[in-house]
Write a protein that binds this ligand. Structure first.
Ligand code: NAD
Length: 283
């Protein structure tokens, strides 16, 4: 299948980033959210991100203008009927996603691909909600979408080879580097990354070193572009904790036990950059 039109559910951080990548690649995007204000905020973010790319000389001003015109916004799910693929990128809540996926299946063409950008929910379990799970797949983008090249393509138990090929081709068209992985908690990147962040919290809690020293250690000694604690602030401490709790439950292995300091900070509402305070303080 040649994918020309991409439906995106959710105009938040990931949804608008995916819409931007689609539009810059010359494809049409239909971005759906529950409110006009969420859609406007999403388009505004895309505009700002495109402006930054132009200012850095990474994109032509005329290309940026044309890209913006390729993103159509609506609160009407019925508009997804013309999409070749729909990528769901709404809030990480299993019931919300299950309800929406059934709604999408009812409006899209029978040959359209249905994908989810979930970071932690089982692709096989979500697919089981659809009457045809062979066309359902995980397409996990990374934040910020316009800058990070990876897309994890996650194969659920029932996903067909044709669906995998269609999504792999789309990822390449979006100028991304896809890897195809099996459904498993956290897939590949979060499975490795989030336990490392958790370990950094244990090291901090035990007083082995300060936050600055831990982050400097991993930047300068392990060649990471950002330290694990600064990265936790960027991702959101609540997101890190939620992912660890999924690992602890689904693997049943105590090695995934969340550090009590991480849990305590989430309880206090110190979630990182988005609340102005996490491990570090942001103005
Ligand atoms: P977000 O909170 O920024 O955006 C979610 C959007 O979904 C909001 O605009 C909200 O209005 C919309 N929404 C909620 N219910 C809806 C519905 N019923 N119909 C249409 N729209 C609805 O969240 P996000 O960070 O963009 O995350 C979206 C998904 O991407 C989640 O599954 C998350 O796990 C995943 N993800 C997030 C990141 C990240 O770093 N933020 C990275 C990879 C994957």
């Amino acid at each position: 299948m040649t994918i020309k039109t991409v439906g995106i559910l959710g105009a938040g951080t990931m949804g608008n980033g995916i819409a931007q990548a689609v539009a810059v690649a010359g494809l049409d995007a239909i971005m759906v959210d529950i409110s006009e204000s969420a859609l406007q905020a999403g388009v505004c973010s895309v505009g700002e991100s495109l402006d930054k790319l132009v200012a850095k000389g990474k994109l032509d001003a005329s290309e940026a203008r044309v890209a913006l015109t390729r993103i159509r916004t609506t609160t009407d799910y019925g508009s997804l009927a013309s999409a070749d693929i729909v990528i769901e990128a709404v809030t990480e809540n299993v019931d919300t996603k299950l309800g929406l996926l059934r709604k999408i299946e009812a409006v899209v063409r029978t040959d359209a691909v249905i994908a989810t950008n979930t970071s932690s929910i089982s692709i096989t379990a979500l697919g089981a909600a659809l009457s045809d799970a062979t066309r359902f797949i995980g397409m996990h983008f990374f934040n910020p979408v316009p800058l990070l090249p990876l897309v994890e393509i996650i194969r659920g138990l029932q996903t067909s080879e044709e669906t995998i090929e269609n999504v792999r081709e789309l990822a390449i068209k979006l100028n991304k580097s896809p890897i195809v992985v099996k459904n498993s908690p956290g897939f590949v990147v979060n499975r490795i990354l989030v336990p490392m962040i958790n370990e950094a919290f244990f090291v901090l809690a035990e007083g082995v070193a300060s936050a600055e020293e831990i982050d400097a250690g991993m930047r300068l000694g392990a060649n990471h572009p950002i330290g694990p604690l600064a990265l936790a602030d960027l991702i959101g401490l609540d997101v890190c904790l939620a992912v660890l709790d999924v690992f602890a439950r689904d693997f049943g292995d105590p090695k995934y036990r969340a550090c009590p300091l991480l849990r305590e900070m989430v309880s206090a509402g110190n979630l990182g950059r988005k609340t102005g305070k996490g491990i570090y303080t942001y103005s």
